[in-house]
Design a protein around this ligand. Structure first.
Ligand SMILES: *[C@@H]1O[C@H](CO)[C@@H](O)[C@H](O)[C@H]1NC(C)=O
Ligand SMILES: *[C@@H]1O[C@H](CO)[C@@H](O)[C@H](O)[C@H]1NC(C)=O
Ligand SMILES: *[C@@H]1O[C@H](CO)[C@@H](O)[C@H](O)[C@H]1NC(C)=O
Ligand SMILES: *[C@@H]1O[C@H](CO)[C@@H](O)[C@H](O)[C@H]1NC(C)=O
Ligand SMILES: *[C@@H]1O[C@H](CO)[C@@H](O)[C@H](O)[C@H]1NC(C)=O
Length: 504
């Protein structure tokens, strides 16, 4: 059966227009005016003009943690609709686990247990106070590349998450590059507000908006590749003008991520020295009446077979991968993208210099997605360590978000708990955590921290070409098994070339 998920357009809530902007501005001004000058003495950096180049050498006094916290507070009361509850009300054992797990990612200079917990959205209380340890701040640098298009509904959540993630990684270690093209809603106006707010926290951001449309390009993939490359322009500019190199790229679509989703992807990417690390994204399937795995145009298992828009047990054809997926464990794949991808920047910086591109049709290359092609190019460049993290489940809209992030219910209090396989008072045996869509705070198992054992790539990959000439919103060529290069089939393609591992 051919998957249908990605043929159906993403369900967007109708674009709220100028009225909503007015409300947001009103709230913003109302909140700002209650900040009297005596409490905010050095609030200067907000006046940096939006067009000013970020790498000005002029010393700008950075806001104090307290000031930043107020911006965060403002943003989070003003904005997140969907992701607000991600990590509040988590089960205590999970809170403890993520504090231990992500401590190695902390990049701010004066770590204060309280403030980084609050960044995670976990209200800090006494029992975690003891777990405080002396943490050396990490100087690992992160480049966030984001493509937006008619994203009014998700921008507030996206930024609230970005602020919190940056508070953990260290604002000075984060650069955000947003490229927006041709939105017909008020995305551009909303972005201007967030541009100013982001700068006021001392986080570096470049937002480029464009009215360019597909017009000038013959091939749809060529256009999509250009849009993605546009978000990477500052990566190259910062290297050329400042000599600044990044250690990790976080590429995001218009999705609704929780803070711990992004941290887990970064953690897995670094733990495994992975070339590309992706999440699992879900889209509502009308016929099945449930969300299904979405991005099967790009995702290929380690045998080269396409994943399916299907329920849990039927997504992977490769038996071992299917087993791991159903146990929510990281899986090696040939290719994936799925809403967020964490990339090792090395192949961007050094020859053969990968970038997003369309297929070389003249050379007989199958006309795959720009995201499949970049995975192939990573294999080719010797960075074939590509993996999916099924724990991180992403949605593009509220309907799916609510289904895949159900609140945890207290099964101890209901009858039949033991029959479902749970042991009273043992959070590790909760039956909710074995299901396809379970509560967000599922406890980590030890296997989730073990490094993957990467194997060389498949000889053939299922490719479903998109000629792109017609009006079809999806592949329009008969699929084939495309032969992969010899290079990607050698052990050499999965060796660690750029060590980004975290200190455990
Ligand atoms: C500043 O505002 C707070 C409440 O918002 C108030 O308690 C305080 O007295 C004000 N300070 C000055 C100097 O106006
Ligand atoms: C903008 O780019 C997105 C991909 O990020 C694409 O789906 C959309 O069609 C583009 N918008 C226009 C108006 O071309
Ligand atoms: C669940 O319910 C049981 C019985 O009512 C109670 O003892 C327990 O504390 C509850 N657990 C949580 C996490 O609320
Ligand atoms: C593995 O890949 C081969 C093509 O290389 C294909 O014929 C076979 O069906 C695949 N096996 C599975 C389980 O997908
Ligand atoms: C590499 O692949 C080509 C065809 O794709 C084949 O002719 C050649 O023998 C292969 N070389 C090695 C060393 O396997």
């Amino acid at each position: 059966m051919y998957p249908k998920g990605f043929l159906s357009p993403i369900q967007k809530i109708p674009a709220p227009l100028a009225l909503a902007i007015g409300v947001v501005c009103g709230l913003l001004l109302g909140k700002l005016s209650s900040w009297n000058s005596s409490t905010t003495p050095a609030w200067r950096s907000a006046h940096t003009p939006a067009t000013m180049r970020q790498h000005s050498k002029q010393p700008i006094q950075l806001p104090t943690p307290d000031q930043r916290y107020r911006v965060l507070d403002l943003l989070t009361t003003l904005t997140p609709h969907y992701t607000r509850e991600c990590s509040s009300n988590v089960q205590p054992l999970y809170a403890q686990q993520i504090i231990d797990r992500y401590a190695s990612l902390i990049g701010h200079k004066t770590p204060s247990q309280r403030s980084w917990l609050e960044s995670l959205g976990i209200p800090s209380d006494d029992h975690v106070e003891n777990s405080r340890r002396d943490i050396m701040p990490s100087e690992h640098k992160y480049f966030f590349a984001i493509n937006l298009y008619n994203s009014f509904d998700i921008i507030p959540d996206l930024f609230a998450t970005l602020f919190r993630v940056a508070a953990i990684l260290g604002y000075q270690n984060v650069f955000v590059s947003i490229y927006e093209n041709g939105s017909t809603d008020q995305t551009k106006a909303l972005l201007r507000i967030y541009d100013a707010l982001t700068r006021s926290t001392g986080m570096r951001i470049t937002i480029r908006t464009s009215m360019r449309t597909r017009g000038a390009f013959n091939h749809r993939i060529e256009y999509l590749a250009e849009v993605r490359n546009a978000a990477f322009v500052p990566l190259h500019e910062l290297r050329d003008t400042e000599g600044e190199y990044f250690d990790t790229i976080v590429f995001m679509n218009d999705i609704l991520p929780c803070v711990d989703d992004i941290l887990e992807l970064i953690w897995q990417s670094r733990r495994n020295n992975a070339g590309i690390t992706c999440a699992a994204d879900y889209m509502y399937h009308e016929e099945i009446g449930a969300p299904v795995f979405y991005d099967n145009w790009v995702a290929r298992d380690v045998n080269g077979t396409a994943l399916e828009n299907a329920p849990f047990e039927m997504i992977f054809h490769h038996p071992e991968s299917s087993q791991r997926f159903q146990a929510h464990l990281p899986v090696q794949v040939q290719s994936c993208w799925n809403g967020i991808a964490i990339l090792d920047p090395a192949p961007f910086y050094t020859p053969p210099h990968v970038k997003f591109r369309m297929a070389k049709i003249m050379d007989g290359e199958c006309s795959a997605s720009e995201c499949s092609l970049i995975c192939n190019d990573y294999w080719e460049a010797g960075y074939g360590r590509i993996m999916m993290v099924p724990r991180v489940k992403l949605a593009y809209d509220r309907k799916v978000y609510d289904i895949i992030h159900p609140p945890r219910r207290n099964y101890t209090a209901i009858r039949g708990y033991a029959r479902l396989g749970g042991l009273p008072d043992n959070p590790r045996t909760d039956p909710q955590d074995r299901s396809w869509f379970g509560p967000h705070d599922r406890l980590f198992t030890e296997e989730e921290s073990e490094p993957l054992n990467f194997v060389p790539g498949p000889s053939h990959v299922w490719c479903w070409g998109w000629d792109g000439a017609g009006d079809l919103e999806g592949p329009d060529v008969d699929p084939i098994w495309e032969e992969m290069s010899n290079k990607s089939r050698r052990q050499d393609s999965v060796l660690v070339r750029h060590d980004r591992n975290i200190v455990l």
